[in-house]
Design a protein around this ligand. Structure first.
Ligand SMILES: [Zn+2]
Ligand SMILES: [Zn+2]
Length: 337
């Protein structure tokens, strides 16, 4: 009797030695041999068929034991992977998911009016909620207006985890002392060039100070473009969202195009939203159109200019971006899924 061909549909353990394969197949797939198949099909059990089967099975017994031992181990391993695999995959993906949760940006201080019932004054401040953290970016020109607007917008100062200051100008740092008087359990991220008395004042309130020089991650999905150099040193905030980067600028003294380029190149992702002060107030038409075109060339999805951008430039952004233009005045709420 010839050994039957190995069942091509057999998914069990792979046997390496030819002899083992042959015995294994003889016992397990015996019914496939011509002789036995005939008996099985017609239902006639012959002495020869039973003898052949028993002989094959007895020879194959040790092989079968080893094979089923290996198979049992494989089944156990497969079950473990099926149980642990999804859990491990979920655990591994926890951080990226947490890092790119829904982001909400609320403009709490601006000279550009938008929502009724809020006080407007020269300056800029925005509250950024990432689900895990709440950040105050800049503090406007005075604390009374800042805190009153926050209250009207339903934002509790004690919910703020960190303050990021763009640059030293009073229309961005003027509200800090009043804010820290109300809530000082925060880390204040400021450009490294800030003078020592400013740092000491923040520390006297009981807040922690972190200075920023180069582009870097501050925490979670929040990054800084770093202290960019101009006569006025300034940092902008980058939020790494599921839709792309959201870049928030204070006054953009180093140049709004330069800031956008640094942000995009640093994280190598497209900019979904560019918002804040673009510092284009008083720029001539040609320069303005050149700046807007340079930002268009960067493929920025949405823009929400305000503060020191100027009405003429804001109108041009509205025209060029169409549905991608977002009103960014005081009380604007921008959500990124
Ligand atoms: Zn400024
Ligand atoms: Zn400003």
């Amino acid at each position: 009797m010839t050994a039957p061909a190995r069942d091509p549909f057999w998914w069990g353990p792979r046997l390496d030695r030819e002899k083992e394969k042959s015995e294994y197949n003889m016992a397990l797939c015996y019914y496939r041999t011509d002789t036995h198949e005939r008996h099985a099909l017609c239902g006639q059990a012959s002495t020869q068929g039973v003898f052949c089967f028993l002989a094959g099975a007895s020879r194959a017994l040790p092989t079968l034991q080893r094979a089923f031992g290996a198979m049992r181990r494989r089944v156990c391993l497969a079950l473990c992977l099926m149980t642990i695999g999804p859990w491990a995959a979920a655990a591994m993906s926890t951080e990226p998911q947490a890092m790119r949760r829904q982001v909400r940006i609320t403009v709490v201080y601006n000279n550009v009016p938008l929502a009724p019932g809020l006080a407007t004054a020269w300056g800029f401040a925005a509250v950024i909620e990432t689900g895990d953290h709440t950040v105050l970016f800049d503090t406007g020109g005075d604390g009374r207006t800042l805190l009153a607007n926050m209250q009207r917008l339903g934002i509790d100062p004690s919910s703020i985890d960190a303050v990021v200051l763009s640059h030293l100008h009073g229309d961005h740092t003027g509200g800090l002392n009043d804010f820290l008087d109300r809530h000082s359990n925060v880390t204040v991220y400021m450009p490294d060039s800030f003078p020592m008395p400013f740092r000491r004042s923040v520390e006297r309130h009981g807040a922690r100070v972190e200075t920023v020089t180069k582009a870097r991650r501050l925490f979670a999905n929040l990054h800084s473009v770093g202290e960019m150099s101009d006569s006025i040193k300034e940092q902008a905030l980058i939020i790494d969202t599921s839709e792309g980067l959201a870049v928030v600028t204070g006054c953009a003294h180093p140049g709004i195009v330069e800031i956008a380029e640094v942000a995009r190149n640093y994280l190598n992702r497209e900019i979904h939203l560019l918002m804040g002060g673009f510092h284009l107030l008083g720029h001539g038409e040609n320069k303005l159109r050149g700046t807007v075109q340079a930002l268009r060339n960067l493929g920025i999805h949405k823009v929400a200019p305000s503060h020191c951008t100027g009405d003429v430039a804001i109108a041009l952004f509205r025209e060029k971006w169409g549905s991608g233009f977002i009103e960014g005045g005081c009380g604007a709420i921008i959500e990124i899924p």
